[in-house]
Design a protein around this ligand. Sequence first.
Ligand code: NAP
Length: 512
Amino acid sequence: MICVSLGRTRHSSMQEEHQYLAEKGAELVELRVDFMRKRPDLGRLLKDRPTPVVVTCRRRSDRGRWFGTEDQRLALLREAIISGAEYVDLEDDVAKSIRRYGKTKRIVSYHDFDETPLDLYAIYNRLAECDPDIIKIVTMANLPSDNVRMLEMVEAATIPTVGFCMGEFGTISRILCGRYGSPFTYASFSREREMAPGQLSFAEVRNLYRFNHITKQTKVFGVLGDPIAQSKSPLIHNAAFRKLGIDAVYIPLRVPADNLMETLAEYEKLGIGGYSVTIPHKESVIEFADAPDDLTDAIGAANTLYKADNKWIATNTDASAALEAILTGLRRAPGAIPDFKGRKVLILGAGGVARAVGQALVSNEAAVIITNRSRDRGRNLAAELGCQFVTWENRASDNYEIIVNCTSVGMFPKLDETPYEPHWLTESMVVFDTVYNPEKTLFLKQAADRGCTVVSGVEMFVRQAAQQFRYFTGKDAPLDYMAETLRRSISAARAVTPPAGESTSAGEDVAS
Ligand code: NAP
């Protein structure tokens, strides 16, 4: 079950949004009455309520907004019990002073906004002495391993315990706590209105991560990176699981650069079945694997970690996905020669993606030329791959059959930038931009205007994910559906995203 936290300053807004949530399928709503500007009228809020409720009134010292006295607050909580609210939230230090009455269930809660204390079991035992129906322990995760300790505690609890971690490191425990016995998790009305650090929206918890479907049997996958909040991988992997009816969930896993090995070792306790891997872990993750495959060895970076015969294998699906994407262009291009042998390819950029794409093209006997803004980095990659290098200033000094942008130029929010001038392009060229957000970069728009055959980064992104999906599940991914889901999400985010420089949120790009 998902408990949606609702905090509005006016009674009418609280009631309207409560009704809205009920219509969207909410089964339990937390009324954060401390948000109300006037003294909360519980009679009005509870009358004809469309779902069961938790009545919560947080003090300012607990990061709430209650403006009245503590006596008034306690009186309000007692009134909620007398009025028959389904649940009332009582902080551990006041729970003993408020008596059980009627059918109202007591959630005895503990919050720590700074850390996840080492003595979680001692906290649990202390709360257990406060006559709880449900214990709630919510703490800040400062490291991914905090989630593991929390989930182990939830599983060991004999009194039903809602336990998860806050903050961006805590996402995994918010999503998986039900699997370990937590009677519910909390979600916000929307991403913009999170009530606690790292809180996910109701739409995300319900539709993207499908919290209510997660059981002990549900397989767990995720993407390792830092930062990770904007990753589109959870969107398309979860969409594919849902489409094929696979009992699995895919979670964004923020892991700091210096904590990867420890996190992977700890997450073994959660039985995670496979990972996508992104910046900054693509090189270091190889160390964790029992075996990198040959391609990963050659590229020196992996974007996938999966289990085969109980061993962790590191592999790289970026490279083959890029080749497949370019091939879709070569098949459409004049002459339609779907082959790389001897084709002159200019790669713009010398980062991780350029290395993977360059390696794949070189091993398919393309004549690769590298160019990069930072000369040394470009020269080094060219030497490593055994191909030519041309300076950034001279990148248009030759004719190419294929141009691949592996820089981040043109990526959101810098939509008006391009790594290659339009008058350098000729219509016989196949132009591939690895940037996928936006799908139609300025580079691709100008290339299409010049008559080039264009391929977008979406084609690569969904293919690298689809190959991972096969490693994870043994099944073919619904490629078109993943692409359609990604495209919808990118354009929906575009439609509501403020211009560069203002705050953005990708939280609501989930069908509700
Ligand atoms: P990276 O290792 O950080 O490399 C970034 C590259 O972009 C470097 O070559 C850098 O040049 C260049 N660059 C950045 N700003 C530039 C500018 N203003 N002018 C010229 N060059 C500039 O990143 P990466 O992992 O290789 O990723 C590169 C891009 O690939 C990402 O931005 C992303 O859009 C795309 N990508 C696509 C997929 C997909 O599946 N479609 C997957 C992953 C990534 P310097 O060396 O001079 O800094």
